[in-house]
Design a protein around this ligand. Structure first.
Ligand code: FAD
Ligand code: NAD
Length: 466
């Protein structure tokens, strides 16, 4: 009889866990994946990336039609109506299709889905669904959950104060939506409801929205969102939220102290970050400690300090992004199989799927300057022929290169298709490109990507169309 039930047991079937399980099975390892949710795919497929992007798409279509913006392009519409139940059904279909797809992939690759909450009882043993299961290797991929705001009660079941999960399924378009937190979730879901007719107020504790992004990008993004009708209150803290019936009163005051103000809203979205899921995992039983931020630390191979126990995704340090979790999933499976699985954490793109999209990879100008001399090239979308042709000229491309070697250190883009454009920058950086390499790469005309080429030319002061 085999010493263990499985070669690999993955805990959590989000983008980190399901990918790790599939890759391990592909590599010939006997694999199981424990998941407590009713469907596979984790936060991303169930209540994250996928439903939010479906809503962003549908709300964008509605807004284009209802705002009269299409008339400029010669498209005249009669009356435009919002069918919110149909829009939500479209989102639910996308989630169902994709989560069901993971179940199919598990069957195809012979990954056993162990249904239930997994708890360690030993370094090679977990209790799941009332059964004890053993594995030679256990991968923790339990992801993250919403960070609560002390003193504020979230009620995603028809309540006024919701988190991202509730904001993906509001029963009606709020008149006034207050978003607490000017990060990615606040701006994406604020955009959804703003496009459908809500007046959106964003309350951000810091002096700028979108922490972690390049300073120029943060400033330009704030300008664009204000132009779209967002009321953005930076350097502002929420001191209390009270709910009476269907109305919330949000009390805010300057972060540095000062006069309080009350904002009335029929919906409040709390989006102040996410925290790693480790509760109930039984880490004490295996002597695995958390760092000061509640995360599980690993080495470069994603091994924890406990032999045979590995960790990936939102539960470990690094950006909380689905594609980072997925790449770590592939790498950890390869390392377990005795191959060399590597993730280059210096080149992880991030995208905010608003309109325009906002994307970046590598260092911000601020971080790059702290390390040494840099050259920066910038090119506005206003001078890009494709952006002009479609009258959508907000944004720019910014490339940061090492002043001495010309190696590209960071690329930041605001532009309608920035999320798609950033892949080119990530690949160039992965290949160790200089700005000159990008400047001398032929880019198709007329495309938004030409703005990347021109920004690369601007690093040495020589763009053509400016
Ligand atoms: P998760 O996806 O959180 O999956 C972990 C799974 O583990 C969960 O299903 C959970 O039920 C399960 N689990 C936890 N503990 C146990 C246990 N003890 N036993 C069994 N199962 C357990 N990222 C992007 O890159 N792009 C986006 O556009 C994007 N949009 C987002 C929008 C929203 C609204 C939110 C909330 C997040 C978004 N993210 C996005 C972030 C992305 O969802 C996460 O980074 C990603 O899901 C992390 O993957 P993971 O596998 O580490 O964890
Ligand atoms: P975030 O960290 O992006 O933003 C939270 C914001 O809330 C920050 O600007 C922070 O300064 C602010 N904040 C914190 N406490 C506050 C307070 N008390 N009052 C006012 N503001 C406060 O977090 P998020 O938007 O909740 O998203 C969580 C995670 O999910 C992010 O790490 C992100 O990577 C991931 N996500 C990614 C995408 C994407 O890739 N497109 C989309 C959604 C979520």
């Amino acid at each position: 009889m085999a010493e263990f039930d499985y070669d690999v047991l993955v805990i959590g079937a989000g983008p980190g866990g399901y990918v790790a399980a599939i890759r391990a099975a592909q590599l010939g390892l006997k694999t199981a994946c424990a998941e407590s949710r009713a469907t596979l795919g984790g936060t991303c497929l169930n209540v994250g990336c996928i439903p939010s992007k479906t809503l962003l798409n549908a709300s964008g279509l509605y807004h284009e039609a209802a705002s009269g913006a299409l008339a400029k392009h010669g498209v005249k519409l009669g009356s435009v109506e919002l069918d919110l139940p149909a829009l939500m059904a479209d989102k639910n279909d996308a989630v169902k299709g994709l989560t069901g797809g993971i179940e199919y992939l598990f069957k195809k690759n012979k990954v056993d889905w162990l249904k239930g909450l997994a708890t360690f009882t030993g370094a090679h043993t977990v209790e799941v669904g009332g059964k004890s299961v053993t594995a030679k290797n256990i991968v923790i991929a339990t992801g993250s959950s919403v960070t609560p705001l002390p003193g504020v009660t979230v009620d995603n079941d028809g309540g006024v104060v919701v988190d991202s999960t509730g904001a993906l399924a509001l029963p009606a378009v709020p008149k006034n939506l207050v978003v607490i937190g000017g990060g990615v979730i606040g701006l994406e879901l604020g955009s959804v409801w703003g496009r459908l007719g809500a007046k959106v107020t964003v309350v951000e504790f810091l002096d700028q929205i979108l922490p972690g992004m390049d300073g120029d990008v943060r400033a330009e993004a704030a300008k664009i969102f204000k132009k779209q009708g967002f009321d953005i209150k930076t350097s502002t803290k929420v001191t209390g939220v009270s709910v009476k019936g269907k109305t919330a009163s949000v009390t805010v005051e300057p972060a540095a102290g000062g006069e309080a103000q009350t904002l009335e809203a029929d919906a409040v979205l709390v989006a102040i970050g996410r925290r790693p899921n480790t509760e109930g995992l039984g880490l004490d039983a295996i002597g695995l400690a958390l760092n000061a931020r509640g995360q599980i630390e690993t080495d470069h191979d994603f091994a924890t300090s406990v032999p045979g126990v590995w960790a990936i995704g939102d539960v470990i340090p690094g950006p909380m992004l689905a594609h980072k979790a997925e790449d770590e999933g592939v790498a950890v499976a390869e390392n377990i199989a005795g191959l060399t699985g590597i993730v280059n954490h210096d080149v992880i793109p991030s995208v905010v799927y608003t309109h325009p999209e906002i994307a970046g990879v590598g260092l911000t100008e601020e971080a790059a300057k702290a390390r040494g001399a840099v050259k920066v090239g910038k090119f506005p979308m206003m001078a890009n022929s494709r952006a002009k042709a479609i009258s959508d000229t907000d944004g720019f491309v910014k490339i940061i290169a090492d002043a001495e070697t010309d190696k590209v250190l960071g690329v930041w883009i605001i532009g309608a298709p920035a999320g798609t454009m950033i892949a080119q920058a990530a690949q160039a950086m992965e290949f160790g490109a200089s700005s000159e390499d990008i400047a001398y790469t032929c880019h198709a005309h007329p495309t938004h990507s030409e703005a990347i080429k021109e920004a690369a030319m601007a690093v040495r002061g020589k763009p053509i169309h400016m």
